[in-house]
Design a binder for this molecule. Structure first.
Ligand code: 13P
Length: 253
C-alpha cells in the first residue's frame, strides 16, 4: 500500500436535511485523529444543494470539503425552473462537483451536455468529479473500454485545466446492486483510463481515477491491491458516518 493521496468522496444523492450536520461533524472529528497517523486522504462530501451553504458555513474544516452533485449547463442566470448553475453552487460554498453521473445521464444528460457543464464548472474553478461507466449490456458484449473512451473524449477537451478533473469509474450495473467488478478486470480498466487520458489529451498529467459502485466497509479492502485506484466515490454507505469512517479505516487495515 502506497502513501499516495487517496480520495474518499461521498455522494449523498437525494439524502439529508440540516440535522445531517452531525454526520459531517463525526466524519470531521475522525479525520482530525486519523490524519495525524500520517495518511494522506482527501475527504469530500457531495451533498444536496439545499445543504451546501449551511454545511460550509457551519464547518470550517480543513479535513472535509463540500461538493455539489450536478448543475445546469448554462453559465449565467436563466429561465430554468428548479435549476442551479455552477456559479450559484460556487458562491454557495461548493468546491467540488460531480458531473456525468449515470443517474443524471439516464435523465437526459448527453456527453455534449456534460461537456457544457464541465466548461461552466471549470470557469468557476470548481474541481470536477467526472463519472464514466458502462451498462451491464455493454459489458456483456465487450464494450466497456470503447464506451468509457467515448465518454471521456466527447466531454473533455485537451484545452481544459486537466488538473481540476478527477475521473470516477462507476460501472452502472454496480451502482446500488451490491456487485463489484473482478479485481483483475478493474485493474486493466484503470490502467486503460490513465493511459487513454494521457494519450488523448496529450498531457503528462495522470488524472486521479476513483472507483464507485457498491463500495462498503466489507468489500473496501479488496480494492487496496490495485495501486492505480486513487480513491472511491461512495453512495449509500456515505450516508452513515459509521459506515463511511469504517470504509476509510478498513481500507488501511
Ligand atoms: P452506491 O455506493 O450506493 O452503489 O452508489 C455509487 C454511486 O453512484 C456514487 O456516485
Amino acid at each position: 500500500m502506497t502513501n499516495k493521496l487517496k480520495y474518499f468522496i461521498g455522494n449523498w444523492k437525494m439524502f439529508g436535511d440540516p440535522s445531517s450536520l452531525k454526520i459531517i461533524n463525526q466524519i470531521h472529528s475522525f479525520c482530525g485523529r486519523f490524519k495525524s497517523r500520517g495518511k494522506k486522504n482527501k475527504i469530500i462530501l457531495c451533498v444536496p444543494n439545499t445543504l451546501i451553504y449551511f454545511f460550509t458555513t457551519k464547518i470550517k474544516s480543513k479535513f472535509v470539503s463540500i461538493g455539489a452533485q450536478n448543475c445546469h449547463h448554462q453559465k449565467n442566470y436563466g429561465s430554468f425552473t428548479g435549476s442551479v448553475n455552477a456559479m450559484m453552487l460556487k458562491k454557495t460554498g461548493a468546491r467540488y462537483i460531480i458531473l456525468g453521473h449515470s443517474e443524471n445521464r439516464s435523465e437526459g444528460d448527453t456527453n455534449q451536455i456534460i461537456k457544457k457543464k464541465i466548461e461552466s464548472a471549470l470557469k468557476q474553478k470548481l474541481n470536477i468529479i467526472f463519472c464514466i461507466g458502462e451498462t451491464f449490456k455493454e459489458k456483456k458484449v465487450g464494450k466497456t473500454l470503447s464506451v468509457i473512451r467515448r465518454q471521456m473524449r466527447s466531454s473533455i477537451d485537451k484545452k481544459y485545466n486537466l488538473n481540476k478533473i478527477i475521473i470516477a469509474y462507476e460501472p452502472i450495473w454496480s451502482i446500488g446492486s451490491g456487485k463489484i467488478p473482478k479485481i483483475q478486470e478493474l485493474k486493466k480498466i484503470f490502467i486503460f483510463i490513465k493511459n487513454e487520458f494521457k494519450k488523448n489529451f496529450k498531457t503528462k498529467v495522470s488524472p486521479a481515477v476513483l472507483y464507485g459502485g457498491s463500495v462498503n466497509d466489507n468489500n473496501i479492502k479488496k480494492f487496496s491491491s490495485i495501486s492505480e485506484i486513487d480513491g472511491f466515490l461512495i453512495g449509500g454507505a456515505s450516508q452513515s458516518s459509521k459506515k463511511f469512517i469504517d470504509i476509510i479505516k478498513n481500507y488501511y487495515k
